[in-house]
Design a protein around this ligand. Structure first.
Ligand SMILES: [Zn+2]
Length: 411
């Protein structure tokens, strides 16, 4: 007898379509995939539905702020931000996300623990905690406030020089980071640096990578410009975030070094289309067009080269918009198809198997011994990617959390 059976669905494994089959779950794990109709304690009839692994957002910021000005991260009370972010976690579950990777926010470590300990509900969270930046780096956000304020406000950990970077890496790991996030170039939403400027040196990044690897984890690098991206890849980072200006040689190096790409099309789209309306700081509006335009061809090339592409929205604030907001994070999949030239199947792979592989987690695939993180969709996103929004059931660790689009299990 099995705990749960999901029967008669059209099953996409995370890699391929398995056709109409049944999935059996015991103790939170998938234990059998079979066309046989076996006895179960709890059954979901998924006839005419699409069954697939739970979605993964590999780049989010659980900052809990409203509106597009990142400065609120530093000037709004963390306690209040946590309350808002915990509401986001419910929205993410309803949107079919069973795992998210927070790519930098101090509060994400407590949120991750809260979910793990069953205090709040939400997707599993893999948390970077505080990201690492150089002085006058992207992670400072504002470059006009006195440097001491940046240090005290503590959004990022600031390091300069190898010794200092080793210390910073050890500090954030001690704080509970699951992996280390660094800023290897300037960015859009930071005040006075440029996306094409490299940040941190090869030696600095290498020293951070060493510290991460010593405890069995890895480094994710924010990089827009090709030069900074290349330095980070050579220094051993494992996921490249944004990659908006990558050149051919660097992409080839990514294949050689097994580095994944998170194109984060969602954030670029939201700032490009609605930046002013949602209060993005002036400097962000000035820099967005270039990166938003170049990423489209980078994704197409990355696909051609066979780089592992993964889904990350980079949403870090509530927009209040009807089409792109927290809880609509599947928009990244539709953008990968519309702007990046992926097929719907490739977008589904990016959000499941590819992301799980890059994040080193045991989900993202319908296979025996994998975590039973499964979603059921009232549509066929392999045919029409926008059907990904039609989430009917969400199963996390073998428990039914969402049924007919409503949360039914808060325990
Ligand atoms: Zn980000």
């Amino acid at each position: 007898m099995f705990d749960l059976g999901i029967k008669n669905g059209n099953v996409f494994s995370g890699k391929d379509n398995l056709g109409k089959t049944n999935i059996y779950v015991n103790n939170g794990k998938i234990v059998k995939i079979s066309k046989e109709n076996l006895e179960v304690r709890q059954e979901i009839d998924a006839k005419d539905m699409f069954v697939m692994p739970g979605l993964i957002d590999s780049h989010i910021h659980l900052s809990g702020i409203k509106g597009g000005s990142l400065l609120k991260i530093m000037f709004e009370k963390p306690e209040y931000r946590i309350l808002r972010a915990s509401k986001w976690l419910e929205k993410l579950l309803l949107a079919g996300f069973t795992t998210v990777r927070d790519c930098g926010d101090p509060i994400s470590i407590s949120l991750a623990k809260g979910v793990k300990d069953g205090i709040i509900i939400g997707p599993n969270i893999i948390a970077a905690g505080r990201p690492i930046t150089q002085t006058f780096g992207h992670g400072e956000i504002s470059h006009d406030i006195p440097l001491e304020f940046s240090e005290v406000l503590g959004f990022s950990e600031i390091c300069d020089g190898v010794e200092s970077c080793i210390h910073s890496a050890r500090k954030v790991l001690r704080e509970g980071s699951d992996f280390i996030k660094i800023f290897a170039t300037g960015g859009v939403l930071s005040q006075r640096d440029r996306p094409e400027n490299p940040q941190l040196t090869y030696e600095e990044i290498k020293s951070i990578v060493n510290e991460a690897e010593k405890i069995g984890t890895y480094v994710a690098a924010h990089a827009h410009g090709d030069k900074g991206a290349r330095i980070a890849i050579e220094a051993g980072i494992k996921t490249l975030e944004h990659g908006t200006m990558l050149k051919d040689d660097t992409m080839k190096l990514m294949i050689e070094k097994d580095v994944s790409l998170t194109p984060t099309l969602t954030i670029q789209e939201v700032i490009y289309k609605y930046g002013k309306q949602i209060g993005v700081d002036e400097w962000g509006l000035e820099k967005i067009t270039e990166v938003r335009n170049s990423i489209s061809s980078v994704v197409k090339k990355a696909k051609e080269y066979g780089i592992r592409i993964i889904t990350g929205t980079d949403l870090g604030f509530e927009t209040g918009l009807s089409d792109i907001d927290i809880g609509k994070n599947w928009v990244e999949l539709t953008l990968l198809v519309e702007r990046g030239g992926l097929t719907p199947k490739e977008a589904l792979q990016a959000a499941t198997y590819n992301s799980a592989l890059s994040l080193r987690i045991n989900s993202g695939l319908i296979d025996t011994d994998r975590n039973a993180d499964i979603i059921i969709i009232d549509g066929d996103p392999e045919e029409n990617i926008s059907d990904i929004a039609k989430i009917d059931h969400v199963i996390k660790n073998g428990n039914i959390i969402v049924e007919k689009g409503k949360i039914i299990n808060y325990s």
